[in-house]
Design a protein. Sequence first.
Length: 322
Amino acid sequence: MPPPDIDPRLLRAFLAVADELHFTRAAARLFVAQQALSRDIRRLERELGAELFVRTTRQVGLTPEGERLLPYARQVLDAHAELVGAFSGAPARPLLVDLNSDGATAARVLERARELLPECELMARFESGLTWAAGEILAGRLDASFGRAAGLAPAVRGLSVHPVRYEPMALMLPVSHPLAAREAVTLAELAGETVYAGAGNERTREWTDLATLLFAEWGVTMAPPVPLAVGVAEFQRVMSKGGHPVLAVVDFPALPGTVLRPLVDPVPLSPLALVWRKGLNHPGVDALRSAADQLALAEGWMIRPPGSWLPEGDRSLMRNHS
């Protein structure tokens, strides 16, 4: 039997219900009657020979088959939209780009991409961590993000990865801290210190995992979890209560009352990559990749300092995707 020729309308119905997990809200989003939406879902299930949703009187959830269909449905509709746009002259839809935080490397890449593709809207988001953003990308609620991709397995299998920069790490210190007087802090000087690196924050698990490897090698204690802070002011308030140094990267904007000092001897690196959903075809992604490559070439972002520290898994991933 030949495979079913699936109407894109049925996939749009499926995605609306998968996103909302509520038939009434999904129908309102698509501007259709709920009965029509339910009929389309039943038709799609018949054509695929699989139940896609678990329905009860209280909630709607995806079945394993529905979870399996989700990335394929998004890829098909992305390609369909690109095809229609190519022949209609309509501009590409806005691309949602997560920067994790403002003012760092990812923000510079986005700024350059906007210069390369001014006719396309590249919208910044701030999801605070690639672990969280990766799930949003795979669910279709974000298009691209930046971060340490080696910490995302197995989710990384559903993502395309483009290396951007080996970011040197730094330490954000309260101005009263003894190490704040240094121009740079050696890893040997950091031994015995307690340093905050996002412990307990599931959104930034890839960063905490990298810090755990570094701290174990140099005798640094991981600071305990703190409440999740959203926004610069809240982050500063929570960090000041603990008084611990914060692991960061050299381009991270220093907060009031703190100084940023590079870590050296050796220089520990944070491998930054651009990630997006496999199968996503969008001119904004091409612009981001080009922007990253231009900046990397101009500023040596992909050149590792001699003797620098980087785990083997991160080296392999960045090398294999270069």
